[in-house]
Structure formats: structure tokens, C-alpha cells
Write a protein that binds this ligand. Structure first.
Ligand code: DQA
Length: 148
């Protein structure tokens, strides 16, 4: 099973940006966690991608069509604004889990709107970086369940 993990804007600044909200672990730590989790879950290819640009994120989602079995996505700020990312997820129609490091539902009102959620089988919030491992597990169990 091949999984693509997509990260949106400013997540490359993990460890530096607002550590009281996002913690002190770095983006490199996040990549290592996703790779380790993929190995533990018996996955094949795990690619972890980050971009600060909406169009690049959309291109990456489109590239996943026919090449990955599922997507874990933290669209970051684009969660709350991007119909384009929602439409791309709907277009490729791969099982997708939405993940947020912080508890977005307990933050500002504008963070409680998620455009992408409509295209996702589940959402994980407020679990820090460990939420990525949780999201990957949900995705793998969902895909395994469909194959069974
Ligand atoms: C975030 C929450 C978003 O509201 C914010 O814009 C981010 C990160 C999170 O992982 O908690 O950049 O997606």
C-alpha cells in the first residue's frame, strides 16, 4: 500500500513557528515519524511532500491518481480557504484523511471551517505530530477493510 502525506504552507517551519501551538519538533522529525509509521503499518511507498503554494499542492494531489492508494493531508491554512484543493481531492477520489496538529475546533472561528473535510473519510485534530501516525493508521485500516 502506497501512501502520500501532503503538508501545506508553513509546516516546513515546524519547530520554529508558534511552538506553544505546534510544538518543538521539526519538519524533518515529522517526515521521519511518517516513514517510521509507514514501515510499522507494513506500507510500501511513503512519500511526504510539503509546499507553500496552493497550485503545487493541487498538482501533487492530481499526480497521486493511479500512483498512490491513499492520501493523508494537512492543508494548513488552505484548509479554511481552498475550494481548489477540495476539488482536486474529489477529482482523484482516493481515500483521504485530514490531519491538523493543533485542536483547530478549539481555536479561532475561521479555523473551524474546513473545505477539504467534505472529501475526507476522517479528520484527526489536536494530537500533535502523533496525529499523523493516527491518520495513517485510519487510512490503512480503511483501505484494508475495502480490500477484504
Ligand atoms: C494547522 C491548523 C491551521 O489552522 C493552520 O493554518 C496551520 C496548521 C494544524 O496543523 O494545526 O497552518 O493545519
Amino acid at each position: 500500500m502506497d501512501i502520500l502525506v501532503i503538508n501545506g504552507p508553513n509546516l516546513n517551519m515546524l519547530g520554529i513557528r508558534e511552538p506553544d501551538i505546534y510544538g518543538r519538533e521539526t519538519y524533518e522529525d515529522l517526515v521521519a515519524l511518517c516513514e517510521r509509521t509507514g514501515a510499522e503499518l507494513g506500507c510500501g511507498r511513503i512519500e511526504v511532500y510539503q509546499s507553500n503554494h496552493e497550485g503545487d499542492l493541487i498538482d501533487k494531489i492530481q499526480e497521486a491518481y493511479g500512483t498512490f492508494d491513499g492520501i493523508v493531508i494537512n492543508p494548513a491554512a488552505y484548509t479554511h480557504t481552498s475550494v481548489g484543493i477540495l476539488d482536486a481531492l474529489k477529482a482523484v477520489a482516493l481515500p483521504t484523511v485530514e490531519i491538523h496538529i493543533s485542536a483547530v475546533d478549539r481555536r479561532e472561528a475561521f479555523r473551524q471551517i474546513s473545505y477539504v473535510r467534505d472529501a475526507c473519510i476522517a479528520t484527526v485534530t489536536g494530537e500533535g505530530l502523533d496525529g499523523y501516525a493516527h491518520a495513517m493508521r485510519i487510512l490503512v485500516e480503511h483501505i484494508d477493510g475495502k480490500d477484504a
